[in-house]
Design a protein around this ligand. Structure first.
Ligand code: HAM
Length: 426
């Protein structure tokens, strides 16, 4: 097949026949986030590559292997965003949002780009809904953010979603842990993949989420971070668990969750589901208390999450979830001749100003073909306008389902006259 008629590998068209499902998820996610006090932010699709190298981490798979990076015409290195957090931090700093009342609570919908091996639920261009909170360091805010995800899933009526949490400590307790990890992995150095051999020196924690099968198998018996947490980090984690218990949020502790991005500190979490591809993770997040400073701001606590919308829709489809149904065409006005079709267009305009979906013939079809089209698009009502109707100032509105007909005035007061009928009010 010719490549110009084929979408690039790992990308997907979101078709008109499916888009109402996206609207359902987007509407509920935004509504819940707003109930938690979040405001929407939109940041650019591409950023300076350095932002992700510094923010997400130069030894992560995402930055090392998966970024779409190119030089622009002035030779600047630019990357399509592989995730939303770094851009949200950069935008908050650049626009002084962190000088306003804290906590600052943001949400976003964004396309992300990662050059991964495509498979079910894993795309090269995918969509995230994310939330980032700045300036809140209490364990209560970790629990609040996790609870927000749970609320979104509850309102989407998703079932059997499993929440796993962990703490990966702060840089202090992590230093001890990294030492233990290095010692553990040194016995397998020869068998590690080339990237991990290199990472062992620079960032041994990254070995825990390497996707290569052999490295993955060693991760199972590796030391766990929970055994190395300092008192403060332990206390924080206890506080998070307690607050989740208060909120009746069910979780399990999974000490193997380290997340694939470098900015996390303390709490990390993942929500997993069946039916959304090999990895099963529909949402991931955690705390990142060092990130704002890393990107050039004052030390500021941060935390958040992002969910993959394609994966959520896969789970919803598999669970036969209910979506808000797409709007139907309210009325098709057919014209018996070109002059009547011109008149129909003025009536349709009135209806559209009332917020109705109204259609008339703009193709030049015969009356029979117009009615066939009205049927095809599922118009709830239809009306035929000809010379007589225009002369008399009235026409018949037909309910396509029941066949019931009512006479209505046409002319300037047309939309007002049919409003109650279209709204289904007697
Ligand atoms: P992440 O775990 O890399 O975290 O991605 C979040 C979610 O995006 C995943 O749980 C998954 O649902 C979806 N996702 C990731 N990669 C793909 C892919 N290739 N195809 C389809 N869906 C995918 C982050 O991106 C962090 N920025 C989350 C965060 C926000 N942490 C704190 N604040």
């Amino acid at each position: 097949m010719d490549i110009i008629t084929q979408a690039p590998r790992g990308t997907e068209d979101k078709l008109p026949s499916q888009i109402y499902k996206w609207h359902t998820v987007e509407k509920i996610a935004a509504q819940i986030a707003e109930a938690y006090g979040c405001k929407e932010i939109r940041t650019p699709t591409f950023e300076h590559t350095e932002l992700f190298q510094r923010g997400v981490g130069g030894t992560t798979d995402v930055v090392q292997k998966e970024m779409y990076t190119f030089n622009d015409k002035k030779g600047r290195s630019i990357s399509l965003k592989p995730e939303g957090t770094a851009g949200a931090v950069r935008a908050s700093l650049e626009n002084g949002l962190l000088n306003e009342a804290l906590p600052l609570k943001l949400y976003y919908f964004t396309r992300c780009f990662r050059y991964e091996a495509p498979q079910s639920g894993r795309l090269r261009e995918f969509n995230q809904f994310g939330v980032e909170i700045f300036g809140a360091n209490s364990p209560l805010s970790d629990a609040e953010v996790i609870c927000m995800v749970e609320d979104i899933f509850k309102f989407l009526k998703l079932e059997n979603i499993r929440l796993e949490i962990n703490s990966i400590g702060c840089p202090t307790c992590r230093a001890e842990y990294q030492k233990a990890l290095k010692e553990y992995y040194q016995q397998y150095t020869d068998q590690l993949c080339d990237t991990c051999k290199e990472r062992l020196e620079k960032n041994p924690m990254r070995l825990l989420d390497c996707k290569s099968e052999i490295c993955h198998s060693f991760a199972e018996k590796a030391p766990i971070i929970l055994d190395y947490l300092c008192d403060d980090c332990n206390k924080h984690f206890e506080g998070v668990k307690q607050a989740l218990d208060d909120l009746k949020v069910k979780y399990t502790i999974n000490p193997r969750i380290v997340r694939g991005l470098d900015y996390y500190t303390n709490t990390v979490f993942e929500f997993a589901a069946d039916n959304c591809g090999a990895q099963g993770v529909v949402c991931g997040g955690g705390r990142y208390n060092g990130l704002v400073e890393e990107i050039g701001g004052k030390p500021t606590a941060g935390l958040g999450f992002a969910m993959g919308i394609e994966r959520i829709l896969m789970v919803m489809d598999a669970q036969n979830a209910e979506y808000e149904q797409p709007k139907e065409c309210d009325l098709f006005i057919a014209g018996t001749d070109p002059d009547s079709s011109r008149y129909a267009l003025t009536l349709v305009k009135q209806l559209r100003e009332y917020g109705f979906w109204a259609e008339c013939d703009v193709v030049g079809r015969s009356l029979k073909a117009q009615m066939k089209y009205a049927d095809k698009i599922g118009a709830r009502f239809s009306m035929v306008i000809g010379e007589n109707e225009i002369k008399e100032g009235t026409a018949q509105l037909k309910n396509m389902q029941t066949g019931e007909k009512s006479v209505v005035t046409i002319g300037d007061k047309f939309a007002g006259a049919v409003n109650s009928i279209l709204m289904g009010i007697d």
